[in-house]
Design a protein around this ligand. Structure first.
Ligand SMILES: [Mn+2]
Length: 282
């Protein structure tokens, strides 16, 4: 069993690296087909199932799906340990089933797991909670499973850039860290320092309270027009930020997804009209 899981995670990590649309830490999608964008999932299995049902990749060969922040949240074991690693294993299987159409981008909770640093959610330190649950489930085998999870999470790309100038990432660097952020990080393989505090992958995934001025500056840096982000909690499922950014959440009963036509140019208002509440999907 542990060997099977380590093997699954390592094969999925390999699939992340060999994704046909990947260069460096960026997925670049062509002007063809469509994309289903999800926000944070945080262990919400039912919403993950709804995303898969809506995306229906089997019957839509030109469709992609972008997922993010799978871990930390959802069901717990008898001692309140976080079981979201189970959903991560299923996401790894999904990646292997559609290796060039399922793209899982890096979230700050992933970075916290990789660097084993504290991350608080609903007043719980989530890494400790999940590591204790892994130890209860896998006993002596849990260290090698944790290491395989880290390898998988570190193999994730940082962002998706669509030919129609839409950008998807978990977050963006906050205003006061913009001058510390090396935007070339998206063009190369991640190094350990990128995930450490104030490293460039860290800044890209942890940013909050991003002003309109910063959004405009980052749009120039990445040569894009529209940002689709997760990370910042959205009780209504989504929110518009400034003129050029939409935040999506997929981790609760008001969660949403956003379908994007990759073959045509888009406006934020048209995207907002396309938002689908996950609860409407059976
Ligand atoms: Mn986050």
């Amino acid at each position: 069993m542990p060997h099977t899981i380590v093997d699954l995670l390592d094969r999925a990590a390999q699939a992340n690296h060999t994704d046909q649309f990947r260069l460096g830490s960026l997925i670049s999608l062509p002007a063809r087909g469509s994309l289903i964008a999800a926000g944070d999932i945080h262990g919400h299995r039912r919403n993950f199932e709804r995303l898969l049902a809506f995306a229906d990749l089997d019957n839509n060969p030109d469709r992609h799906i972008v997922l993010q922040e799978i871990i930390h949240g959802g069901p717990t074991d008898s001692e309140m340990g976080c079981l979201s690693y189970e959903l991560l294993f299923d996401v790894a299987r999904y990646k292997l089933n559609y290796p060039d159409r399922v793209h899982i981008i890096m979230g700050n909770h992933d970075i916290a797991f990789i660097s084993n640093s504290e991350v608080i959610k609903d007043s719980r330190e989530m890494n400790r909670s999940m590591r204790l649950a892994l130890a209860r489930r896998f006993a002596d085998d849990s260290p090698q499973i944790e290491q395989a999870m880290s390898r998988f999470l570190l193999s994730q790309p940082l962002a998706v850039r669509c030919d129609n100038r839409i950008w998807l990432s978990h977050s963006l660097p906050g205003d006061r860290y913009l001058d510390k952020f090396d935007h070339q990080v998206i063009h190369r393989k991640l190094e350990a320092g990128d995930c450490e505090k104030l490293g460039s992958a860290y800044l890209l995934t942890w940013g909050r309270n991003i002003t309109e001025a910063a959004l405009d500056k980052i749009a120039q840096l990445f040569d894009v027009d529209i940002f689709i982000l997760g990370h910042q909690p959205q009780p209504q499922g989504w929110a518009k930020l400034g003129k050029n950014c939409i935040i999506i959440a997929s981790d609760h009963s008001h969660g949403c997804l956003l379908p994007i036509n990759l073959a045509e140019s888009c406006t934020v208002d048209r995207l907002v009209e396309s938002i689908v509440p996950l609860a409407s999907i059976s």
